[in-house]
Design a binder for this molecule. Sequence first.
Ligand code: FMN
Length: 203
Amino acid sequence: MNRTLLLLAHPALERSRIHRRLIRSLPPLEGLTLHDLYESYPRFDVDVAREQSLLTEHDLILIQHPFYWYSIPPLLKQWQDLVLEHGWAYGSKGTALRGKRLMHIVSTGGPRVAYQREGNNRFSMRELMAPLEQTARLCGMAFLPPYVIHGTHRLTVPEIERECERYRRVINDLCEGRLAPSAELRSATLDDVLSVEGPEARP
Ligand SMILES: Cc1cc2nc3c(=O)[nH]c(=O)nc-3n(C[C@H](O)[C@H](O)[C@H](O)COP(=O)(O)O)c2cc1C
C-alpha cells in the first residue's frame, strides 16, 4: 500500500468536462489523500510548510492538471516555485523528496496525433514535459510515465465515463502497488506501459 498524495490543479473545476468527472468518480481509497490546490489557495497564497509536510508524509505523488500552453496551470507553477525550496527539495542538504515517485495525470485539448514530430504540436508529450521530468530528477524523485488523456474537447460523455473507469482502476492499482511503471521508460506514457503489459500490469 502506497501513501499516495493526489494534487489537483484545475483553475476552473466548475467548468471542467473531464477532471471534475474524474475526481468525482474516485471512491475513498485507503492511503490516498486528495488535495485540491485551487480550492485551498484561491489567492495563490500557498502554505509552504503545509505543502512540504504533505509531501513528506506520502511516497507516491500524483499531480493532476489540464495542459495549459504546453505546460502547467499557474497555481501549480506557484506551488513549485514556493514549495520546492533549495535546501529542502534540492541542493546538497535538500533531500526531503529523495526516493519518492511522481506521476503527472494530464489532459490535452489536442488529439494524440498532434503530439508527434509530424503533428501540429511538433513534439511528443514527453518532450514537452521535459522541464517537469528534470524538476523531479533534480529533487531525487523518479518521474513515472505520465497518464495522458488526449482530445478532451471531442470526448463524448460515454467516452469520458470509460476514461473515468480506467482512471479509477489506475489510481487504485497505483495506490495498492499493483501498477508500478518504471521511471526508466524515458519516452513512454502510461498508455504505452498499459498496452505492452496489459491493464493488469504488475510490478
Ligand atoms: C489557457 C488554456 C491553455 C491551453 N493550452 C493547451 C495546450 O497547450 N495544449 C492542448 O492540447 N490543450 C490546451 N488547452 C486545452 C485544455 O488542456 C483542455 O481544455 C483541458 O484538458 C480540458 O479538461 P477539462 O474539461 O477538465 O477542463 C488549453 C486550455 C486553456 C484554457
